[in-house]
Design a protein around this ligand. Structure first.
Ligand code: ATP
Length: 236
């Protein structure tokens, strides 16, 4: 079977300094794949290249058999990949409903009510707050809205960059359950996280990045019990 996403030998430099040296990874249809690593390991830079926000210096990106290397972000979205960037960038002075509608700008107008219905059934909390200004909601609710807005583009693969950043453990657990629910609906997930423990629990497979390179890969279970990962990232 063709891998839904196939990334090979990616590299990117900021002002001549290599932030990503050599990253290869795949996400098969229906998988949750975690991309893990410490601060500055190159995770956001990697997904920025996949989403067409940053241009790779080297390497290739294929999705569903199409070459997306160097394509702009709107072409990447059209091919079925949506990035929910770090920092839950919702529009704070717009309502939940308006934020969702903006997420559907690439879709046909007649299709939008059904997409909003799907978002509300996945995230009932957002349905209750549909008229509320996004900026007045809690961090966890804003993150749910950011993901729901990403889903409005009807992606086959959604990339989530550190969705748990700044959230309380209880909220993070709920968020991860929602990510599993999104995935159960047939959407592949590439999950960028520093929260190794919870991501490895829900991930089919994971890649660990260090200094812009993949240093380890395996199933979620394998990495959860891996001595090196435990010592380096879980502190035990
Ligand atoms: P974080 O969890 O902090 O987001 P990360 O693993 O996502 O970390 P990146 O954000 O990809 O890592 O950063 C990789 C390296 O590139 C870091 O050394 C970072 O300082 C550098 N870097 C990131 N963005 C820029 C930029 N716009 N200009 C210059 N250097 C950058």
């Amino acid at each position: 079977m063709t891998a839904a996403l196939e990334v090979s030998g990616l590299a990117h430099a900021y002002d001549g300094a290599l932030a990503v040296r050599n990253v290869s990874l795949t996400v098969q249809p229906g998988e949750i794949v975690a991309l893990l690593g410490a601060n500055g390991a190159g995770k956001s830079t990697t997904v920025g290249m996949i989403a067409g926000v940053l241009r790779p210096r080297r390497g290739t990106i294929h999705f569903d058999g199409r070459d997306l290397t160097g394509e702009p972000s709107h072409a990447v979205v059209r091919s079925g990949i949506t990035l929910v960037p770090e920092g839950r960038l919702v529009f704070p002075r717009m309502t939940v409903m308006e934020n969702l509608q903006l997420g559907a700008h690439s879709r046909q107008r007649t299709h939008i009510p059904a997409l909003i219905g799907r978002a509300f059934s996945l995230f009932p909390r957002l349905a209750d707050r549909r008229g509320q200004l996004a900026g007045s909601m809690s961090g966890g609710e804003q993150q749910m809205l950011a993901i729901a807005r990403g889903l409005m583009a009807e992606p086959k693969l959604i990339i989530l960059d550190e969705p748990s950043l700044g959230l309380m453990p209880l909220v993070t657990r709920e968020l991860f359950r929602l990510i599993e629910a999104v995935n159960s609906g047939g959407i592949s997930v590439l999950l960028v996280e520093q929260n190794l423990h919870q991501s490895l629990r829900i991930a089919n497979r994971a890649y660990v990045l260090e200094k812009g390179e993949v240093v380890m890969t395996g199933s979620g279970k394998e990495l959860l019990t891996n001595e090196y990962v435990r010592k380096a990232f879980l502190g035990r």
